[in-house]
Design a protein. Structure first.
Length: 156
């Protein structure tokens, strides 16, 4: 079966593999809850930064809209940092599919200074992005872009 939504893909990978979904029913539900929170409670506000800063940066309303977008995002990030607290991962010591998706979503703030105001979240993202699986996945993804760029240069 072919699936297309990032959350569904991440959940499928977690179900097929080991380690991203806890065996305990409550912990499993919590991991899934964080996956959904990343996509529904955080990502829309992260994406609005891209809209005002990149996609609609030259529109006259964009600079006026940006403070509201930042305020909305800051509300989400404040709540998320409080939920993370002093834990290593959202569910404590175990990295789950919820962390996988949340770190991916928060990675959308790369190139901004927004996470500087949230040191626990910044450290959380850094830990997640330093994981060998993340480093490999990003390297593999970037290699695809580099190959496409090289192919395009050869065609030009």
């Amino acid at each position: 079966m072919e699936i297309f939504e990032s959350g569904a893909i991440a959940l499928r990978i977690a179900e097929k593999g080991k380690g991203l979904l806890p065996d305990d029913a409550d912990a499993r539900l919590n991991a899934i809850q964080w996956l959904i929170a990343a996509l529904n409670s955080v990502e829309p506000w992260v994406m609005q930064i891209a809209v005002v800063d990149v996609f609609e940066a030259e529109k006259p309303w964009s600079p006026m809209r940006r403070p509201r977008v930042i305020a909305d995002l800051e509300g989400r990030l404040t709540d998320l940092e409080a939920a993370l607290g002093d834990k290593t991962w959202l569910d404590g010591e175990a990295f789950t599919v919820g962390d996988l998706m949340m770190i991916s979503v928060l990675g959308g703030l790369r190139g901004t200074d927004i996470l500087q105001a949230y040191p626990r979240l910044a450290a959380y993202v850094a830990r997640g992005e330093a994981r060998p699986a993340h480093v490999k996945a990003m390297g593999d993804q970037l290699a695809l872009y580099e190959a496409a760029d090289a192919q395009e240069e050869m065609s030009a």
